[in-house]
Design a protein around this ligand. Structure first.
Ligand code: PGA
Length: 248
């Protein structure tokens, strides 16, 4: 049985005050329960977030990390430093980094390796653009994006399928489209990583909202969600957690 994961990607939003208020409320609402909850605020908010979430079922994640542990990499953040701060998760290969900041499949994979070596749980993002979907290349893109994954540790890996055309657009993949991509990914990862792929959590991301979460997360191979816009509001994020099978 795969325990669902619901992760909040705050992107470049929030303040010390807003992350504290959000997490205090979230921790209050979900003191215990079945699904895992992860909140990923911007780097400078991580210490405040870890402090509020400490001892609760809410884990804190970063939105990126470098592949080296130290060195002359101005503006980058090392995985062991995240661990030192009490951060447990990290997002890698998000499409905004791929599209805006030159992230490639190879660099994303290097980041994932370094993060796992530091003991971080990786949320590895994959997904096709609108042009790729219209050219019927979705599965080929997913295959390319998961190349070389055989040495990743399955126990520290969660995969997020995020069709780029659905991110921040209000346009969601239909449950059937999500299930098709997730089933393909699970088969593909089975070939690459072996039987452990059956236990991997595959999250859907892209305009997940309270009113579509339950149906998307009800699909056989959809094991949770990576939520951007709707995660900034504690009521809507909580409703999505409930949609994932969380408590009350
Ligand atoms: P969205 O973002 O929920 O705002 O579409 C999802 C993501 O980018 O992870």
């Amino acid at each position: 049985m795969r325990i669902p994961v619901v992760a909040a990607n705050w992107k470049m939003h929030g303040s010390v005050e807003s992350i504290q208020a959000f997490l205090e409320s979230l921790v209050d609402r979900f003191p215990s329960g079945e699904s895992q909850v992860v909140v990923c605020p911007p780097f400078p908010l991580l210490p405040a977030a870890v402090l509020v979430a400490s001892g609760s079922r809410v884990a804190i994640g970063a939105q990126n990390c470098h592949w080296e542990n130290k060195g002359a990499f101005t503006g980058e953040v090392a995985p062991p430093l995240l661990r030192e701060l009490g951060v447990a998760w990290v997002i890698v290969g998000h499409s905004e980094r791929r599209q805006l900041f030159g992230e490639r499949d190879e660099t994303a994979l290097k980041r994932a390796h370094a993060a796992q070596a530091a003991g971080l749980q990786v949320i590895f993002c994959v997904g096709e653009t609108l042009e790729q979907r219209e050219r019927d290349e979705t599965l080929a893109v997913l295959e390319r994006q998961t190349q070389g994954w055989q040495d990743l540790k399955p126990g520290l890996l969660t995969v997020a399928y995020e069709p780029v055309w659905a991110i921040g657009t209000g346009r969601t993949a239909s449950p059937a489209q999500a299930q098709e991509a997730h089933a393909f990914l699970r088969r593909r990862l089975g070939e690459v990583m072996g039987p452990a792929a059956a236990g991997l959590r595959l999250l859907y991301g892209g305009s997940v909202k309270p009113d579509n979460a339950a149906e998307l997360l009800g699909q056989l191979d959809v094991d949770g969600a990576l939520v951007g816009g709707a995660s900034l509001d504690v009521d809507s994020f909580s409703a999505i957690i409930r949609g994932a099978g969380g408590p009350g």
